[in-house]
Design a protein around this ligand. Sequence first.
Ligand code: DGJ
Length: 747
Amino acid sequence: MSKAVAVLALGVWSVCGSLSIDAKSAKPQAQQAASIHYDEAHRVFRIDAGKITYAFGVNGDGALQTLYWGSRLAQDDPVGPAVPPKSWSSFDSIGANTPQEYAGWGGPITVMPDLKLHFADGNRDLILRYDSYKIDKDGLHISLRDAKANVTVGLRYTVDGDTGIVGRSARIENHATQALTIDSAAAASWNLPPATDYSLRYLTGTWASEWHVRTRQVTPGATVLESRRGSTGDENNPWFAIERGGAWNESHGRVWFGALAWSGSWSIRIDQDVLNQVRVTGGYNPFDFSYRLKPGEALDTPVFYAGYTDAGIGEASRLMHQFETTRVLPQAPRPKLRPVLYNSWEATEFKVNEPEQERLAEKAAKLGVERFVIDDGWFGARNSDHAGLGDWTVNREKFPNGLKPLIDKVHGLGMSFGIWVEPEMVNPDSDLYRKHPDWVLNFEGRQRTEGRNQLVLNLARDDVRDYVFDALDQLLSKNDIQFLKWDYNRNWTEPGWPQLSPEEQQKVYVVYVQHLYDILRRLRERHPGVEIESCSGGGARVDLGIMGLTDEVWPSDNTDPSDRLSIQDGFSYAYAPAVMMSWVTGSPNWVNERQSSLDFRFLSSMQGGLGIGAKILEWTSAEDATAQHYIAAYKDIRATVQQGRLYRLLSPQERAPYSATESVAADGAQAVLFAFLRQGQEAQAYPTLYLQGLDPNARYRYRSIHGEAMPGTPAVASGAYWMSHGIDLKLRSDLDAAGLVFERVGS
Ligand code: DGJ
């Protein structure tokens, strides 16, 4: 039997031999982080990576059929060959329900296709059949073809040897002599083993209330998670997890999970078909979608990443976190730690000016802040959200000498300098709009709906893309700036592009986002020292696409430290604490008038990248001292919190009274425990917390940042003790919190 084998070592694929080496000569599985095999005899492709095996084959019809996705199999375990499910009746003929890797809509197919298109001559039938494959340093490439229609689909599989996360995307090419129009295009379908006891976990929310975790049974029919808003949105996030059995345990259970790397309208659809087969199809949102391909043209889909674990949803999240920090972020595999930042928004809103920002900077530096960020209000005629967006020149009434004096001051205080921008938007009351009213998304002659008094620039236009790039490039070239907070505060409405023919206009859904990515990529190249935060009125643009081009994200405008516990918990299902910024702001909080101690606010914010957004000029010397204590303590633990392994010990979802997390450093030498009590429960004790992920044989000494363990708790004990006996904390009153650090002692 001949096989093609490629092996991934240290992130680089090396293809062994001539793509046709004997199976016996392949390295033993244990030594391979990842490998891709093609078994020619059975026409089976097999990916082994991390703790997973993923396999699919070419069936008798020539369709590419999923065979297995789960825990890693032994190298000589048989997988395949691929045989399509039997015909159940004349309503479901052979091929109608085949769990295809990438199905075109055509022939007998009744399930949701990955690709649907039509030609100018009226043909809408597309039958994609296996054509060829290639394995190279980027992974596995498969070519599917409809020979009659002259359309090819190139499937690409990338593999992460550490986490077992596979990335899949498709390139659709028109080789015909007539144009075709794509009606819907997914990146991939992920097929799960047939079963009737799956349940789905997903994320939903709205402004200032993002990241709620919801669970629902997977039943016959479809569940659609989506954004039709033009951007990622916070109504749903493009992430899913599906568990077998419905028990949803943090450390047990089979979980399939994934996320789409796309920052425009998207859809992830979970179908259970008539044969109880479950598939997850994700890509461009088919709603209002249309993309015309002239002969010779191609469309690339986003990448849909997915993984598997049999160690519960907690491990699924940790695999995502590891994948994001080591593979996705621009600075991967070793992203810089997030500095402690100060942001002016909640303190001064639009009323920014040089003297007050300088005073804020002086105070921030005294507290231990490392980055000072001036938020909205510094440019154009921006005195409220009614004017100025689009005019990226310094407001000389607020900063008579430009930004230089403030930037020099901030640098002199030993901090880096950051600034807010919202480059994709324009206020009708701006010089830019007065000059270029045709630059916004609109349908000719129709109303232009405003959101926060602003319109969306059509970034898909080359001239708009160039304007935005140049404005930001100038800003960064003329000023010594280290950080951009990139905001985006509304949805699309009336998404027309009147300058194009009606058949071409809907490609705005694709080209807009491609141009956004292009701007970010070029800015990073031109200004490699500049870091970027993705903010969208909070967390409405967090996804693996934008994450590949930004360094951190703003999960929510809701800075109430108690609400924030649920927000951060939900965020952590899909995304890493390494990118999750969190500010300490004022009490009572603007969202809900809730009052909380500075201790509670700091401990809540220390679960991610710590920031301060409070009116610090009004802080007393006691409050300054408290802040100094926490900021210094945070610097000692931030590597563990941001880039360690996160364990969710007590869930704050559904307004639960408790919340506790533990982060363990990559080398196991430190663990950080945060515990919160939102509401005292009569005189009841706080639940015992069992630590996880420690070395059972090592000894750990604990110390407190804030809060106490119950009397009798040993100062030093084994990892086994902390994990099995656990720790009891003295938390009794409303909005109480504790932060403890466990350090490994001795060898
Ligand atoms: C929305 C952001 O989420 C806030 O943090 C702030 O930057 C405002 N926009 C400024 O307009």
